[in-house]
Design a binder for this molecule. Structure first.
Ligand SMILES: *[C@@H]1O[C@H](CO)[C@@H](O)[C@H](O)[C@H]1NC(C)=O
Ligand SMILES: *[C@@H]1O[C@H](CO)[C@@H](O)[C@H](O)[C@H]1NC(C)=O
Length: 335
């Protein structure tokens, strides 16, 4: 787990200190993005994170309440933990994975883990005392990788629910707009539109070209609102670190034989998300097309070279969904 940028530790004696973006400088940049400056804790799936909340002075009687802020949520707030000086009580969906760090007697920091893909967001630490009520907000970001996903049936075949299910089947979740935006800043250029978590349909373009809406500069292209049941697109999925690892078995397998080859090594055909996670977090680089569990054939490239697909950027390359009886490929397994 790392703490990115300057982690501003808010003191509870100040009236509501929000750990959010300081106002950007008055000068408007012409060629570069305004730097996103905000305090956040960054961690990967499976890791533990600590969200800081430190008392500057202690009232006689108080409680500390941690809540996950979920804009648009209907119903009661998403309480995580409530504590007094001596004990704490866990609540809700996150409670079982939450505790207070209590590194010292002024420490009300929240420990959360093992983290899941959707734990990212804004968390409020609130000090409740007889007269005052103060809070700080800390952002938790799950570090991950966004991957475009097309149905084995072809381009633009999934409504929103199907896109959601497809990401889950590949060890991911539908990406949020923020996750897609970050992936775009990191180099994702993809000329096919996909569903995002909020039901919007977008795609990220770095090099504008006629086929991808060339009239505007680089950026995230957005479609007008779409009908979640009727309209069909691809998906942008988000995943993060995996507990196991991906390995390759060379060979000339059909898809069925590929599955058996993994089975003999006490492994399973890798999911698309698992291959992306290995590429992104373990530097997995292999210039051989291999079957994955959805019937696609892909390979991960960390250091681009001429004879490995010829694309100058690192990435996971795809041969699409070849005939499953063709004996041309090795296999990527996960264990
Ligand atoms: C997370 O915390 C738990 C409980 O303290 C610990 O057992 C586990 O090893 C930690 N996991 C990681 C990845 O640090
Ligand atoms: C896959 O290849 C086999 C053998 O060449 C052929 O019989 C079959 O029709 C092909 N399947 C599809 C879906 O193209």
């Amino acid at each position: 787990m790392g703490v990115s940028l300057l982690l501003l530790v808010g003191f509870l004696t100040c009236p509501t200190v929000l750990l959010s973006a300081p106002t950007t400088s008055a000068s408007k940049l012409k060629y570069l993005l305004e730097p996103p400056v905000y305090a956040e804790v960054v961690a990967r799936r499976g890791e533990n994170a600590t969200l800081p909340c430190i008392l500057k002075s202690k009232p006689d009687h108080y409680k500390v309440k941690w809540t996950k802020l979920e804009p648009g949520r209907v119903g009661p707030e998403n309480l995580v933990i409530i504590s007094n000086e001596h004990a704490f009580k866990r609540h809700g969906r996150l409670g079982p994975r939450a505790s207070l760090r209590r590194a010292h007697n002024m420490d009300a920091s929240l420990r959360l883990g093992p983290l899941r893909l959707r734990d990212g967001g804004r968390y409020r630490c609130e000090l409740i005392n007889d007269i005052e009520d103060e809070s700080v907000v800390v952002t938790l970001r799950i570090e991950g990788v966004v991957f475009p996903y097309q149905s084995p049936k072809g381009r633009y075949r999934m409504n929103f629910r199907e896109a959601e299910a497809a990401c889950e089947e590949q060890d991911g979740v539908l990406a949020t707009y923020e996750e897609l935006y970050r992936a775009w800043t990191e180099g994702l250029d993809w000329c096919k539109a996909g569903w995002l978590q909020d039901g919007s349909v977008r795609y990220p373009i770095i090099s504008p070209r006629p086929a991808c809406g060339a009239q505007t500069g680089p950026g995230i292209r957005s479609y007008s609102p779409k009908d979640k049941d009727v309209d069909r697109f691809d998906a942008f999925c988000f995943t993060s670190l995996t507990a196991g690892s991906v390995f390759y078995i060379p060979g000339a397998f059909s898809l069925e034989e590929a599955g058996r080859a993994c089975g003999r090594r006490a492994a399973e055909l890798a999911l698309v998300g698992q291959l992306y996670a290995a590429w992104r977090f373990r530097g997995y680089d292999r210039c051989d097309g291999g079957w994955l569990s959805d019937g696609s054939v892909r390979f991960p490239i960390g250091t681009p070279r001429g004879r490995c697909g010829g694309i100058p950027e690192p990435g996971v390359r795809s041969f699409g969904f070849p005939n499953q009886t063709s004996h041309l490929y090795g296999v990527y397994c996960y264990r």
